[in-house]
Design a protein around this ligand. Structure first.
Ligand code: ADP
Ligand code: MG
Length: 459
């Protein structure tokens, strides 16, 4: 936490308590204390007596102690403010943060109404005393229909973002598995923990310059756009991510990557996004980027450790109870063999909806479909799979067709025996397919889901 942020936070607490902002001497005492200066030194700098500094200090520690619910003194001011920031940003289920939340963290009192009303209509400015979100641009965020379960995934993402302060998170999974819906639900739950919340769904990504300037335009609404020269290597956007706590969701990031290559290889015109994502991961700031798509950027590891600010979540299907609700929503109630149907379509909500529609339109029973191992592939489901299959490289297509011929999960040796692919090509293809969530790994064995097997056999 920077000195400026700590002072801003202290000012808000004092304002909440006394109705007055910090005066110059109070600010000097806080600044000096945070910089570990003695009272004597602060007094000398401010050209006043040491006793005045001590008196002002004592009053401040008293106000802060009351508001923070712990003894604050010159020796623990810095850590007390850090703790306050953590609790403000941590999960809103924390009991003790409720009281702290009453602090007018948004600083609404400082923004004259005309300034608040000056945002474009699609950018909401929160008036809520309990909320820290000043600006939202969620106009591109889809509306959420009925949403079931995902409790565990929501908890994981919330912990990564609010408690572990992760800076870059990728959310991947096969089409229709529910990535966008999950992210919408997440944003709705945690957006108030941020000063800015932005959602970008981009079929065509803008150039990096355009992308940055769009965000900077939004982030600089409450301050003058920064024209100071920036470090040549640091992208201008980073400064805003450091000064403000921003949540930025980028949906359909696979549009940044090439078709016909291994997963996550940037198209030449989008190469610069690589350094943006790298800086978001590596440089210190208080914001979070959530990247959603069929494939993650190539350089993002799929397994990450708790010590890094980067995380990956590969989304799998809904559990049986939630998937049942999807079928029920589609009008399939009281059906036999519900679990088998859900299992066959791997709890993928979009696939289940597609099959449910077909069943209803044809007026057939689920039991008729499940007589043998035949997997029904409605046309819209095929279209969705086409899109993802078409993106794979030739090597991946070869591996997929090898796997489609196997009745059981197979190991590397078996795959090498069956194909004319070198071992390194095979490993790269398997890694890429696994990043795209097109194959399943069971220990050292690989297999395809029944739906994909059926789809590939039918090509
Ligand atoms: N948890 C859920 N509960 C209910 N419906 C869901 C859920 N997750 C996804 N869906 C539905 O499944 C379909 C695909 O979801 P979506 O989020 O668009 O998938 P993805 O972004 O992974 O392609 C949508 O119609 C969505 O409403
Ligand atoms: Mg989506």
């Amino acid at each position: 936490m920077s000195l400026k942020e700590a002072l801003k936070l202290a000012d808000r607490i004092v304002f909440e308590k006394t109705g007055q902002h910090l005066d110059d001497l109070q600010a000097a005492v806080l600044k000096g204390t945070l910089e570990r200066e003695t009272y004597k030194h602060i007094a000398k700098d401010f050209d006043c007596s040491e006793s005045s500094v001590r008196k002002v200090g004592a009053e401040l520690w008293e106000i802060l102690s009351e508001e923070l619910g712990e003894d604050v003194s010159k020796s623990n001011l810095s850590s007390a403010i850090e703790r306050l920031q953590v609790s403000l940003f941590s999960s809103n289920v924390a009991q003790d943060s409720v009281q702290i939340r009453n602090i007018n963290y948004c600083g609404e009192a400082r923004h004259p109404p005309e300034q608040r009303n000056s945002h474009p209509p699609n950018q909401e400015t929160s008036n809520s005393k309990q909320s820290k979100t000043l600006h939202q641009d969620l106009s591109e965020m889809p509306e959420l229909g009925n949403f079931f379960d995902r409790t565990h995934e929501l908890q994981t993402l919330t912990t990564w973002i609010l408690q572990q302060n992760c800076r870059l998170i990728t959310l991947t999974g096969i089409s229709g598995i529910g990535k966008t819906s999950l992210a919408v639900q997440l944003v709705q739950q945690i957006k108030h923990e941020f000063e800015y919340a932005v959602w970008c769904t981009l079929d065509e990504f803008p150039t990096i310059d355009k992308f940055q300037s769009n965000l900077i335009q939004l982030f600089s609404q409450s301050e003058n756009p920064d024209s100071s020269p920036t470090n040549q290597k640091r992208l201008p956007l980073i400064k805003y991510l450091q000064n403000h706590r921003c949540l930025v969701v980028l949906d359909d990031v696979h549009n940044l990557f090439c078709s016909g290559e291994f997963a996550g290889k940037y198209k030449p015109e989008y190469e610069e996004y690589r350094s943006l994502f790298k800086q978001i991961e590596k440089l210190s700031h208080q914001s979070c980027f959530l990247l959603i798509g069929w494939e993650p950027p190539k350089e993002v590891p799929q397994l990450t450790s708790e010590n890094t600010p980067i995380r990956t979540l590969q989304l799998t299907g809904l559990d049986t109870a939630a998937a049942r609700k999807i079928l029920r929503d589609k009008g399939l109630t009281e059906i036999d063999n519900c679990e088998t149907l859900i299992h066959r379509y791997q709890g993928n909500p979009l696939w289940l909806k597609s099959v449910a529609t077909l069943i209803q339109e044809l007026g057939i029973g689920v039991a008729d479909l499940l007589i043998d191992d035949t997997i029904l592939l409605p046309e819209d489901l095929k279209d969705v799979l086409d899109e993802q299959f078409d993106r794979t490289s030739e090597l991946e297509k070869q591996v997929l067709s090898l796997l489609a011929k196997e009745n059981q999960p197979v190991n590397l040796a078996k795959l090498l025996q069956n194909g004319q692919i070198s071992s390194s090509d095979l490993l790269n293809a398997l890694q890429s397919l696994s990043r795209r969530c097109l194959i399943e790994k069971q220990g050292s064995l690989y297999t395809l889901s029944p739906v994909l097997k059926q789809y590939i056999k039918g090509l």
